[in-house]
Design a protein around this ligand. Sequence first.
Ligand code: ADP
Length: 241
Amino acid sequence: MSETIPEIEIQSAAVVQPAMLMRNVQRRYHQAGETLEVLGDVSLALWAGQSVALIAPSGAGKSTLLHLAGMLERPDGGEIWLGDTPTAHLGDRERTTMRRTEIGFVYQFHHLLGEFTALENVMMPQLIRGITKPVAAERSTELLAYLGLGHRLTHRPAEMSGGEQQRVAIARAVANGPRVLLADEPTGNLDPKTADLVFGALTQLVQASGLAALVATHNMELARRMDRRVTLQDGKVVELE
Ligand code: ADP
């Protein structure tokens, strides 16, 4: 089943394709004989170079939405396009490949591999994808330097501060040049000053690289610095001021 991607008209005649488009997406969970409809009718477009804050109370469905966007879960209804590819009905193998190459994830906790250096952690997803070691090393070095970590290449996670660890996690997330960056409370574990710094690095990277970012956060101050803010209300995405 492959529907062609609907075109979205922006301004007069210009037609631009979003990096990711969710249309009428549904997700429900079945537990103990009951059905919980978490997302009833989600439509959301993510655009290249734009960061979107997802702000909603706990339990509203933020993680569910991020998992669907990241192809970790399948929608029960609706469609999710990555570029012009409809993904809902792709096979597991294709979805895994797409996830590895087109999607980057950043979580609240860095989840870096403790026995490897910053450089090796960033190289890892590239090596898994089949990129050669010298190329992966060069790219990772550049990326870490861009994020202000040129002096931390050979440090292991335990030898770095929380903010540095999280910047390495951001570098790892974008190491394969994904189209979409998904982040779940990426600065939730950091003190305000460090959160500010890490957040600045993330938004700057989004703009510079043309990534489309969706960032779940409780931090309104940081959310205000993003290009757009959305929330989840009754299982739908609603734009905020
Ligand atoms: P948020 O990230 O906004 O806190 P979640 O997406 O984690 O919200 O969860 C939304 C709702 O769906 C919650 O009520 C949660 O208990 C429920 N939920 C999430 N995942 C599952 C699951 N795998 N099985 C059953 N219920 C789930």
